[in-house]
Write a protein that binds this ligand. Sequence first.
Ligand code: ZN
Length: 275
Amino acid sequence: MTLESLSFTPALSPDTSTKHQTFIIFYYSNILITKDDEMPSFIFNEMPEQIASSKYSKQHLGKLNNSNCDIIGLLEKPSEIEKTEFVPIRALFNKLPQEQLLLAGRANQIINWAVSHRFCGRCAHKTQNKEHELALICNNCGITYYPTISPAVIVAVVKDGKILLGHSKRFKGQFYSVLAGFLEIGETFEECVAREVKEEAGIKVKNIKYFGSQPWPFPNSMMVGFTAEWAGGEIALHDEELDDANWYAPEEMPNTPGTFSIAGQLIEWFRETYS
Ligand SMILES: [Zn+2]
């Protein structure tokens, strides 16, 4: 199904007023898409036969246009399906409009959580969908499993009208971005910002201020953005994350992420504020 326009309402159970059904299909974090189309589609009106006869887990995603949309998470690798292929969700980054990408990301996040919590980690019994909320419950020992969301901070640090940008060892090519890192247990977001910047770049920061947030479902992060000011220290790369970091003025910026991501929005904020 090609989506001309997309209207989506999350729901825990199907809307009985429509008989239309759609599917989004995953094998682990790989999504099934149509091959050879100019813009790939990942919404299927029918479940391919090979999928229907495989072992899978199912979750309801919500109402997508006029259809009830289910997410299928295969538990075994299916045989080849004509005109389709499984691709990592990141392969769709520049091929789909943002709202479709976020829908695919949301589906990915829900089904991967459900597939990896089919059994209770505490007593090993099968879990069930909980009524009235998106959660899985173990009826044997009573534990509830909520969807996994991993919070991470991302921060624009400014010193004398210049922004701190780093090159991660994970980035391909000459691509620089603001610093980011996952929250640790027991930490506030502000403490996490201060620790990450110190660990990754050897810099102390002050005036840490909330900027905004962005769900980043690849696979399950929640990016919480901050701005901060340099408070001391010279750039020193301490850990395994970065292989380069520098201060950049607005007119001498390297390649940076687009404003689709909160990283790009923080960099844009810096440009506008300090140009
Ligand atoms: Zn249990």
